[in-house]
Design a binder for this molecule. Structure first.
Ligand SMILES: O=C(O)CCC(=O)C(=O)O
Ligand SMILES: [Fe+2]
Length: 375
């Protein structure tokens, strides 16, 4: 039987048993289940840390004390090293900006599938941006229970707004406005994370935008590099057998940082202390993941968090993930020299461009090898 291209169509068809392509291997199924049930039955005390970074936001009337800032740096440092993930409160992005973003993405996915197909991507021919579903990317031919929309968000002048949905009419403005805010938040967090390693605040962002291939400084051809923000809206339809499927299989993000908003339906799980912890809704916060690029730059002081997306029987889950990454070819990801200058702290990662790192990860996934960051 030929499967529908979209998981949404499969879900709406009312099947009671999911096709074999979506059934996970036995060892992975042990700990799967309906995300609502797993959250209800989670007796563990340990929660993903919530960190309020408001002392770092420019407030003209109430300047923050150094002590308040030091406490933020320590809380972010701990969360980034012990968990690799945190809920950020006091991030300065107004509620109405986040609500508008959610309304825009929800409006797009509410369109009939045929209307969304006008935005279909074509990974086979290199067109990654657009509406898609995860085809099998591993040797066993398994698929994930989600459809998505993917496009470059920032820098604005590189974003191709023609590829962004024209419906709902607010999509472009709402998503663009959110992009500007997340860009600022990324800079603030990278400063805090630099301070957390006793380095100058601009260190991490400078390293993520340093063109190691450039000729001489001052060369007129020297490009101005910027970090890229990529938007991925994950749409997880209702699943009749959530104990057999996953929305997104366990992985670490290749990015430096990833920012996640969602529609309040549970599903995100992170690996911590040898168990899966289901993320709770913490109102008004944004979830931030440490990705591979930051783990490499920090020589492992910060942890690229292993995570996955579960599905459920009751409600569609939607998440908005913004990946903040270095430009693919020009920047060499390597442990910061300041962190590896002592013989007791040798570099744990081989220098590579972001693109090379990504290619190695994809190659291993196809071969169904264990995906580890270095090789
Ligand atoms: O849906 C989520 O909360 C996480 C999705 C995710 O990990 C990803 O798209 O990389
Ligand atoms: Fe992810």
């Amino acid at each position: 039987m030929e499967l529908p291209a979209r998981v949404e169509a499969l879900s709406l068809s009312g099947v009671s048993a999911i096709p074999a392509e979506y059934v996970r291997p036995a060892d992975e199924r042990d700990e799967l289940g309906d995300a609502f049930d797993l959250l209800d039955n989670d007796q563990q005390e340990e929660r993903i840390p919530v960190v309020d970074i408001s002392p770092f936001l420019m407030t003209c009337c109430l300047p923050s004390s150094n002590k308040e800032k030091e406490e933020v740096v320590e809380a972010v440092r701990r969360a980034a090293s012990e968990w690799g993930v945190m809920h950020i409160a006091g991030h300065g992005i107004p509620d109405e900006v986040m609500d508008r973003l959610r309304a825009a993405g929800t409006g797009f996915f509410a369109l009939p599938i045929e209307a969304k197909e006008a935005y279909a991507n074509d990974p086979g021919s290199g067109q990654l941006q657009g509406y898609g579903s995860r085809l099998a990317t591993n040797a066993s031919g398994q698929r994930e229970w989600e459809d998505y929309l993917f496009h470059l968000l920032q820098p604005d002048h590189l974003a191709d707004h023609k590829l962004w949905p024209a419906h709902p009419p607010d999509y472009v403005d709402a998503t663009r406005q959110f992009g500007r805010h997340v860009r600022d938040l990324a800079s603030t967090l990278l400063s805090i994370l630099s301070l957390g390693m006793d380095l100058p605040p601009s260190k991490l962002e400078d390293e993520l935008t340093t063109n190691h291939n450039k000729k001489v400084k001052g060369d007129p051809e020297e490009e101005e590099l910027n970090m890229l923000l990529q938007m991925k809206i994950n749409y997880y339809p209702v699943c009749p057998q959530p104990e057999l499927a996953v929305g997104v299989e366990a992985h670490t993000d290749v990015s430096a940082l990833s920012f996640i908003l969602h529609n309040g339906v549970p599903g995100l799980q992170v690996r911590h202390a040898d168990r899966w912890v289901t993320a709770r809704s913490e109102s008004g916060t944004i979830i931030v993941h440490v990705g591979d690029a930051l783990e490499i730059l920090s020589n492992g002081r910060y942890t690229s968090v292993l995570h996955r997306g579960l599905v459920n029987r009751e409600a569609v889950r939607v998440s908005w993930v913004v990946f903040c990454e270095p430009p693919p070819d020009a920047v060499i990801l390597r442990p910061l020299p300041e962190l590896v200058s002592h013989p007791d702290h040798p570099p744990r990662f081989t220098p590579r461009t972001f693109k090379e790192h990504l290619d190695i990860k994809l190659f291993k996934k196809k071969k169904k090898q264990q995906v580890i960051i270095d090789c």
